[in-house]
Design a protein around this ligand. Structure first.
Ligand SMILES: [Zn+2]
Length: 308
């Protein structure tokens, strides 16, 4: 009992420090709000789907020694606390000119500015970009589908359309062409079509870094509907106590942002250090919590259901 109350205190403390961080950007009134009701019916299969298997097909786009981590404040499907457009990919910050490598083998189907070719919500959004159609196809309930990986905001592009590239081949350098604040790589995974409205969460496709794993979350109502735009916190159990680690925000029901065919998730995080965690948060005033363990090189799937 004593231990439990200490744990609760630690969690409350971590929550307080978290809310300060979140509130700093929430004055605009555009930050995520707890939804007043759940959204659409969501997949309920036990993942990974027997049709579309687990798919850590992608290596890191950066050589060792460079930053590999996605910006946690602008996750797939989020708006960065209301500051930006809904994110259809992930961002990895590195200095201008850092080599960007092909994450898997395939054919270059786009190389150069995204004008006149439309890759984003409007032209000149991703700037100098490369899109690769992977050699591997994904089996889904709708048959075999193409998988595309997009690399945006490059300073230079060193491949050409029609060219085949292998995993690890040099594509170009990190830049900030198009709409970008600071140099970073924007990466997207697109299924079925090379289109802005066919993206899934790259966190579920990138092989986790050493001694880390991926977490896929499915937060549903009692009736199996998604809860969009909810922030859940991941707390790490450590010898010294429980430490707030990161927030996962569930996907909005906008701009075709949706679940991966293999996982049916509505939120995901990558590069989580191996260990035991508590995932918890409030949905419409109701507390949800689940202990999970993150294993090396694997995806931990967790489904949470509210009573509502
Ligand atoms: Zn981005």
């Amino acid at each position: 009992m004593g231990e439990l109350s200490v744990l609760r205190k630690e969690i409350d403390k971590a929550r307080t420090s978290l809310s300060i961080q979140v509130d700093a950007g929430a004055d605009t009134g555009l930050g995520p709000r707890s939804p007043s009701g759940p959204g659409s019916l969501w997949p309920t299969f036990e993942p990974p789907s027997p049709i579309s298997e687990e798919h850590f097909w992608l290596d890191s786009p950066f050589p060792g020694g460079f930053n590999q981590l996605y910006s946690p404040g602008y996750q797939f499907g989020s708006t960065g606390g209301g500051r930006y457009r809904i994110h259809h990919g992930v961002d990895i910050g590195n200095p201008v000119g850092t080599p960007v490598l092909a994450t898997a083998s395939g054919e270059v189907v786009h190389a150069g500015p995204d004008n006149p070719t439309l890759l984003g919500p409007y032209n000149d959004f991703y700037g100098n970009s490369v899109v690769i159609r992977l050699d591997r196809k994904l089996n889904t309930s709708r048959g075999e589908q193409d998988v595309f990986v997009l690399y945006g905001h490059l300073v230079s592009v060193d491949v050409q359309e029609g060219q085949w590239v292998g995993a690890g081949d040099y594509l170009g350098g990190v830049g900030m062409t198009g709409i970008a604040i600071g140099p970073h790589l924007h990466m997207e995974v697109r299924i079925g079509q090379n289109s802005y409205l066919h993206t899934v969460n790259p966190a579920l496709w990138m092989r986790p870094a050493a001694y880390t794993g991926t977490v896929a979350v499915r937060l549903l109502s009692a009736a199996g509907r998604t809860w969009p735009g909810v922030q859940l916190s991941l707390y790490r159990y450590e010898e010294a106590g429980v430490r707030w680690y990161r927030v996962v925000e569930t996907y909005p029901e906008k701009e075709s942002i949706g679940p991966d065919p293999s996982w049916g998730e509505n939120g995901a995080l990558s590069h989580i250090p191996v260990g035991t965690y508590l995932l918890s948060g409030f949905v419409n005033g109701e507390e949800v919590r689940q202990e999970i363990s993150v294993r090396d090189g694997e995806t931990t799937f967790v489904e949470l259901r509210t009573q509502q």
